[in-house]
Design a protein around this ligand. Structure first.
Ligand code: HEC
Length: 129
């Protein structure tokens, strides 16, 4: 069932082909994020929070963009579980790269949300706290 949904989503964007609609985001994820959050987005029990079915990912795109750019250290509650780790900053990632990663992780592993445009990420990055 899940596979059919993913294929359908890919097909609706690429007119026929059944593939990941965010290939750039996937590549960047594997390089910059998968070390910790894992290829399957499940994280590491108790240490690294999951991105798969994460309620945190439903937050405003602005907050997510700033989290990816600047990292975070402190308490964070994801799916009812408290984490107190350190998410590193990603100063070298461009706005386009952050947009690609964010659109990939927001539409993979059972996650789903509307497309986040580059200009939303740009204005977020310009005004991160
Ligand atoms: C060194 C390990 C590490 C790397 C690399 C890393 N993260 Fe994280 N990430 C964490 C930790 C730990 C937290 C929780 C932080 C806390 O407890 O304060 C977190 C939290 C998050 C959250 C919010 C919580 C959730 O699970 O939804 C998101 C979204 C996220 N990371 C995305 C990313 C993305 C995208 C990348 C790649 C650009 C990335 N992370 C790279 C360790 C990492």
């Amino acid at each position: 069932m899940k596979l059919i949904k993913i294929c359908f989503f890919g097909a609706s964007l690429t007119f026929g082909a059944c593939q990941n609609p965010h290939p750039e985001g996937e590549k960047l994820y594997k390089v910059h994020c998968a070390n910790c959050h894992m290829d399957d987005g499940k994280g590491l029990e108790g240490l690294i929070p999951p991105l798969a079915n994460s309620d945190y990912l439903q937050k405003k795109p602005q907050e997510l963009a700033c989290l990816i750019r600047h990292g975070y250290e402190g308490k964070m509650t994801i799916n009812g579980q408290i984490y107190e780790g350190k998410m590193p900053a990603n100063k070298a990632l461009s706005v386009v790269e952050i947009a690609n990663i964010l659109n990939y992780i927001s539409n993979t592993w059972g996650n789903k949300r509307e497309f986040i445009p580059q200009k939303t990420i740009q204005s977020a990055i310009d005004s991160c706290q």
